[in-house]
Write a new protein. Sequence first.
Length: 430
Amino acid sequence: MANAQTRWDTDYEWKVVALLALGFGLVGLDRWIIASLFPTMLPELGLGPADGQRLIGALGLSWGFFAIFSGRLGDKLGHRMMILPAIFLFSAASFLSGLATGFLSLVLIRVLMGVTEGAYTPTSFAAVAAAAEPGRRGFLQGLQQSGFALFGLFGAPLVAGALLGIVPSWRYVLWIVAIPGFIIGVLLVMVLREPKNTMGGRIMEAAANAHGAIDGKWGDVLKQRNLVLCMLALAGAMACVFVLGGVLPDYLVGAVGLTQPQALTVASGLGAGGFFGQFGVPGLSDRFGRRTMAVISFIGAAIAVYYFSTMDGSSIIALWLVLAVTSFFALGNVALITGPIATESAPPGLMAAGIGMVVGAGEIFGGGIAPLIAGAVIEGSGLPAVMYVAFGGALFGIVASIFLKETAPRKLQPQQSAGGRVAAPAAAGH
């Protein structure tokens, strides 16, 4: 067995991480390009900025509720059964968004998109964990998630701006961006394996067997202190970055005074910083510890978003840079919490279920309820006040992350070696 694991299957590891990263990038693109289209789309449909936040909130709520259950389904039915249908269906939902004629039809389509993306997310994270060599699990799970920031929060404003200058309507933009998802889906059909057919999956199965819990109960997830804290911390991180992502184009035009092209350029800073943060923060946590990086990143996000809220439109470069720093820390923590911390804190045999519970709870509040709160704040106090919602999310995350228990294998291995045991994934929540 030792000889079989001496040489890790890096060919499969990098292929599947690349494809799942591209798939999650398209999740981000399909989800966030609509926010970049709001200044053009909403007036045509007779809607306002608060309605845009409601659309974002509806997708986040459906994503969150379905992620809670889909993670457990992924453990039971297999990764291919969850991931492959999901990527084809959320691509179809993106196409259908371009056919919407009003608020009701658009919100129903976005709810469908949330359900299918909620199915893809936790199981894809678990699939990367099964493919990854344990010593680089944090980096690779973060690298997969960085596609969300690169394609969604960075690419979406630029793609929207470029396509709006070419095509006759925002509808064509949504039809065009749906196409790559079908291509990635076909490639995943050919590459993706079930965990039992991967080296990492077999290691995790052996650890689960050693704990006598290969078929754990779903309720065991809630008994892990770290996973409950992950849910709370993720809600704070998502409230910070997703409120910003949903309101930025309108905020920068209406409150800061930028033109729409300038606003879309500045908004891309959210994705650029998030791209580096989503593999940088988890990668640093492999070395310095999960809890340490989580606390530092929430503090950094709080400082940056507060400073951003005080800025005017005199320097587009400064706005872009501060927004990138905010996102580096906030989205870096999203990847850290939903990736390595949730993976390493989940009960044996319930990895996807644990990730799904964390993602679902975080999405319901941070991606669903927080944008609805932001919409109410906009209606009651105006666009500038929405920054308090994002700032509050970062402060909430600081408090939750302080109480996390360390799970990084490199930090735990000396303790395990001292006890005469081989390092293996184990729940860190009791």
